[in-house]
Ligand binder design. Structure first.
Ligand code: NAP
Ligand code: ZN
Length: 334
């Protein structure tokens, strides 16, 4: 049966109704009937071909919530009708060392939901069953959708870098990813500082769990935070004065970069050498990371703050993200 989606036919193009035939369902595949799809900044970057890997027609959408509509013969779990989610990754080889150690995001043959295949701005979307994950009952669908990419991307580095409640942490960029990162860190017991362009989001960041706030534009507040944080996560889609953030780390502190500006980083090695600091990249993690993240979110009441749009208003919804005014994640709802 044909899938009804929204696709752009060229870089920076409008999303228009687009129908495609998905072909026979593979034995390890699941077809999801989409009820909700969050809009990540990466959807916008892919639409605009900012990373040079987009293929058109491009159907964005990789923060999917829906129900299992069909499944291949080899899929033993995931009953028809089960509520499930799908994030950035939709497949992998399943037998390399990375897949076998629950680090499928590092598989050389990893397949991403909107790269060279069609994503969740559609009535249905397909993925390998391993990447289709049950959603805990405590999480409402619209508020859970952004957890599938934004939540996963900020939670996975916390696992990898052993973030714990003794740490002083900071989140740079209070957008879709950042507002969820503040919640995860605060609920872990960390001290959390929100670092944002201006003081506009101060009150809301504190209501999400931040105990202090730094505004960067036209202030010296960041410079005053020298040597303060064990862990900083940058979710900003633009280049930053990276050396100032490295200076804001305590000895052996870690700066994790998940926001994806398309620009070189100029960093001085000496502060890193002398105080044993680390600059690390982070990306949306494996299914096991997502499962643990969803469980943590359900038990600790971590939810995205969302603005809902019907699928038919997808271009307005994309424009809302582009404007930078969304508080904090735009979600399409069927
Ligand atoms: P978003 O909702 O647009 O939030 C980004 C935030 O960054 C904005 O709210 C703003 O926060 C800040 N910002 C934006 N432009 C800025 C500028 N020029 N200077 C300083 N701050 C700026 O985007 P998102 O969906 O959270 O995604 C954030 C980034 O993460 C994107 O680059 C996206 O592609 C990337 N991403 C990466 C992964 C991964 O696997 N590594 C996964 C998902 C997304 P303030 O208002 O607080 O300043
Ligand atoms: Zn994303």
């Amino acid at each position: 049966m044909a899938i009804n989606a929204y696709a752009a036919s060229a870089a920076k193009g409008r999303l228009e109704p687009f129908t495609y035939e998905p072909g026979p369902l593979g034995p390890n595949e699941v077809e999801i009937a989409v009820t909700h799809c969050g809009i990540c900044h990466s959807d916008l970057s892919m639409l605009n071909n900012e990373w040079g890997m987009s293929q058109y027609p491009l159907v964005p959408g990789h923060e999917v919530i829906g129900t299992v509509a069909a499944k291949g013969a080899m899929v033993k779990d995931l009953p028809i009708g089960q509520r499930v989610g799908l994030g950035w990754q939709s497949g992998s080889c399943a037998h390399c060392e990375w897949c076998r150690s629950a680090r499928q995001q590092l598989c050389a043959q990893e397949e991403d939901t909107i790269v060279h295949r069609h994503g969740g701005f559609a009535d249905r979307v397909r993925a390998t069953a391993d990447f289709v994950l049950p959603i805990p009952d405590a999480l409402p669908s619209a508020e859970a959708a952004p957890l599938l990419c934004a939540g996963n991307t900020v939670y996975s580095p916390m696992i990898r870098h052993n973030v714990n409640g003794n740490m002083r942490t900071a989140v740079v960029g209070i957008g879709g990813l950042g507002h969820i990162a503040v919640q995860f860190l605060a609920k872990t017991g960390c001290e959390v500082t929100a670092i944002s362009s201006s003081h506009n989001k101060d009150e809301e960041a504190r209501s999400l769990g931040a105990s202090s706030f730094i505004a960067t534009k036209g202030t010296d507040e960041l410079k005053k935070a020298e040597g303060r944080f064990d862990y900083i996560i940058s979710t900003v889609s633009a280049s930053l004065p990276w050396n100032d953030y490295i200076a804001a780390l305590r000895p052996q502190g870690v700066l994790v970069i998940v926001g994806a500006p398309d620009a070189e980083m100029q960093i001085g090695p000496f502060p890193m050498i002398l105080k044993e600091k680390t600059v690390a990249g982070g990306r949306a993690g494996a299914p096991w990371d997502i499962t643990r993240m969803l469980d943590f979110a359900a038990r600790n009441n971590v939810k995205a703050i969302v603005e809902k749009y019907p699928f038919a208003k997808v271009n307005e919804a994309m424009e809302r993200l582009h404007s930078g005014k969304a508080r904090y994640r735009v979600v399409l709802e069927a």
